[in-house]
Design a protein around this ligand. Structure first.
Ligand SMILES: NC(=O)c1ccc[n+]([C@@H]2O[C@H](COP(=O)([O-])OP(=O)(O)OC[C@H]3O[C@@H](n4cnc5c(N)ncnc54)[C@H](OP(=O)(O)O)[C@@H]3O)[C@@H](O)[C@H]2O)c1
Length: 163
């Protein structure tokens, strides 16, 4: 990641590991490179099962619960017993190809987006999405809409929900 925003990262962790129903689990889906960057003592992610997307890996790396070959396989798995009885929310954590597929998927209902208000020399970007379909939610419980600042970088949490 090009920036170091510990509070923003903690907000992301809290968001994906929170459950409404005790005993359930959330399902995290991410690509191989993104998963390799999650190494802190917050791993394995509390209350989560993790699906690693890879066309090359044949054995589970540390902290991955399942390997799937593509996004649709992961979605199908989550909707098939026994996972279908266990999973509360599916969180797609990237990278790019995965985000591109997810924002076009009929089951994708929300985009939790942090607008980082600074310029970085990045080589991967969150894809364009249709803001007529995903509308900005002005106020949402538990999500501050204030502009925040850490390490001299301003950012703002934004939630887009499908209409
Ligand atoms: N700011 C953020 O919120 C955020 C979020 C996510 C990622 N990132 C950044 O983005 C960078 C990595 O993103 P990336 O897009 O280059 O890589 P990535 O998606 O994390 O990893 C790419 C690899 O994952 C597998 N993969 C990804 N999508 C797949 C799909 N739909 N079906 C099957 N396999 C799939 C493939 O592995 P195989 O080669 O093994 O087939 C592919 O080579 C990192 O720097 C990370 O920090 C930032």
């Amino acid at each position: 990641m090009a920036w170091n925003l510990p509070n923003e990262f903690q907000y992301c962790l809290n968001t994906i590991t929170t459950l409404q129903t005790p005993g359930k689990k959330n399902l995290v889906i991410w690509g191989r490179k993104t998963s390799e960057q999650f190494k802190g003592d917050y791993m394995p992610l509390r209350n989560c099962l993790t699906v690693l997307l890879s066309t090359t890996l044949s054995s589970l790396p540390m902290h991955a619960d399942i390997i799937c070959r593509d996004f649709e396989d992961a979605i199908q798995l989550a909707h098939t017993s026994p996972l279908s009885e266990q999973i509360e929310t599916i969180w797609v954590l990237g990278g790019v190809k995965l985000f591109e597929e997810a924002v076009k998927h009929p089951l994708c209902s929300r985009i939790y987006f942090t607008d980082v208000m600074a310029h970085f020399n990045c080589d991967v970007f969150f894809p364009e999405f249709d803001e007529e379909i995903f509308k900005l939610v002005e106020e949402f419980p538990g999500i501050s809409s204030e502009i925040q600042e850490e390490n001299g970088i301003k950012y703002q949490f934004r939630l887009f929900a499908k209409q």
